[in-house]
Every structure is written in structure tokens, then in C-alpha cells.
Design a protein around this ligand. Structure first.
Ligand code: F6R
Length: 261
């Protein structure tokens, strides 16, 4: 994993937007894996800013979101479909028919299999954006999820529901069930970008970066992927034991990249 510690949450969103813009420049037909929640909002705002300045286009891109709540209408203010429409899709040139979410109606096991099939049909995800839950979840793969899991229904933990209650009127209104890509699905992405900001993510960042690979910390499975970038602000990085080493490696890596450009 490439661990990049940046001075602020703003720098994290700028660097994340750089990666998306580079990807779309290299391949305008890219398949992007997208995340919701509080952390990526600043990245989407930065992408919108660059779109407004004609620095990036989503015209030929296809997107797959990680997850969706079960039990909310797509038009519900807190559905992830509404979130993405509001935060990104409605303000850029993306074709909404090319934006995908796991279905949350009917037979959920079959809906998961259909989502997997459409991912394969699209050629797989080129760049997957992830946040991380305070309990170590990625997408809604809660602790204990199989490291080989595929898209399926998954119950949310009380902790995740409490973390997400800030977006709802009350804890009771937070759905108990989600449809989520599995950890195996996420690991199939060609490149992965995880972003984490703020002090409340510092303990879990230490666990998934420096601890053992374990289903109890689902994000630790990313240690098995050959192409993962983790962007952290200083607060999220404050508990890392080897922060100095990551900074040294990053300084060398960036100077090599600058020589090549
Ligand atoms: C959302 C998702 C979740 C969030 C995680 C962190 O699509 O997959 O795993 O990334 O819950 O959420 P925030 O960014 O709100 O702390």
C-alpha cells in the first residue's frame, strides 16, 4: 500500500481528484467505483470545480457505487442514489444510464449476482474510491465479513448506524440492512484509493494499515491488493507507528515521479 500523509483534509480531496482526473484523461471510458458518506464529499466538490473549468469530463465514464441502503426509495434524501445525484452526477456531463447501484428490491441474493454480472460486463472497475468506517468496514462489509465476499445484503452494525445517524432525523430512521459490494468484489478493482480524514479515523487507520489481515478489520484485506493508495490527513495518520517511514518513502516516490514527467 502506498501511504500518503497530507497536511489537511483539503489536500486529501485535491490529491484524490488528481487521481480521478488522471484516470479519466488516460481513459475517458473508465469504469469508476464510487463511495458515499461524509469523507468523499470534498473530493466530489473538487471534481465539480475542475469540471466547471473544463479540466475533466465524465461523458464516457461508467460508474458503480459500492452500496445502497435497503428500505429507502431511490428518491429518499438519504439514499445513496440521491446522494450521488446531488453531490456529483447532476452537475457533470455523465450519462445517468451509465451510473449503477446495487438493486434493493426483490430477491436480494439475485440482485447481488446481477450487480456482479454487470461489473464483469463493464470490464471491471479501473479505479475504486473507498472511505472507511470507524469499525474498519469498507463499503458496508462489517467486521466478520468474508474476505472473499461478493455483492450481497449485509446488516449494519449498531456502531455504523450510530455513525450514520447524523445524516438522518433519528437513529431509528437509519436502515438496518444494506446491499453492498463484497470485499472480494472490491479487491477485483484494478486500482484502489482509500481516503480517511479526521481524528476519529486514526485508530482504525493504524489497525488496517499496520495490523494483521483479519476479517475483524475488513479494510485490512487491502494489504493483499497490489495497487492501493491511502490518502490520510495528519489527524487520521496520528496513530500510525511508522508515519516517518511512509513520509520518507513518499518523498522518494514523488521525486522519482517528478523526474519522469
Ligand atoms: C459508503 C461506504 C462506507 C463509508 C464509511 C465511511 O458508500 O461505503 O464504507 O465510506 O462508512 O463513511 P464517512 O466517510 O461518512 O466517515
Amino acid at each position: 500500500m502506498r501511504i500518503v500523509i497530507l497536511e489537511s483534509a483539503e489536500s486529501v480531496s485535491q490529491r484524490a481528484a488528481d487521481l480521478f482526473c488522471d484516470q479519466l484523461k488516460r481513459n475517458p471510458n473508465s469504469v469508476l467505483g464510487l463511495a458515499t458518506g461524509g469523507t468523499p464529499v470534498a473530493t466530489y466538490r473538487e471534481l465539480l470545480r475542475r469540471y466547471d473549468q473544463n479540466q475533466v469530463s465524465f461523458e464516457h465514464a461508467t460508474t458503480f457505487n459500492l452500496d445502497e441502503y435497503v428500505g429507502l426509495e431511490p428518491a429518499h434524501e438519504q439514499s445513496y442514489r440521491s446522494f450521488m445525484n446531488r453531490e456529483l452526477f447532476e452537475s457533470v456531463d455523465i450519462d445517468l444510464a451509465q451510473t449503477h447501484f446495487p438493486a434493493t428490491l426483490g430477491d436480494l441474493t439475485e440482485a447481488g449476482q446481477r450487480y456482479e454480472a454487470s461489473l464483469v460486463e463493464a470490464g471491471g472497475i479501473d479505479l475504486q474510491l473507498l472511505g472507511i468506517g470507524t469499525d474498519g468496514h469498507i463499503a458496508f462489509n462489517e467486521p466478520g465479513s468474508s474476505l472473499a465476499s461478493r455483492t450481497r445484503p449485509k446488516a449494519l452494525t449498531q456502531r455504523t448506524r450510530m455513525d450514520n445517524a447524523r445524516f438522518f432525523d433519528s437513529l431509528e430512521s437509519v436502515p438496518k440492512l444494506s446491499m453492498t459490494m463484497g470485499i472480494g468484489t472490491i479487491l477485483d478493482a484494478k486500482q484502489i484509493l482509500l481516503i480517511a480524514t479526521g481524528q476519529n479515523k486514526s485508530k482504525v487507520c493504524r489497525k488496517f494499515i499496520e495490523g494483521p489481515v483479519t476479517a475483524l478489520v475488513p479494510a485490512s484485506a487491502l494489504q493483499m491488493h497490489p495497487r492501493v493508495t491511502v490518502l490520510l490527513d495528519e489527524e487520521a495518520a496520528q496513530d500510525l507507528e511508522r508515519a516517518d517511514y511512509y513520509r520518507e518513502v513518499e518523498a522518494i516516490q514523488s521525486s522519482l515521479e517528478n523526474q519522469n514527467t
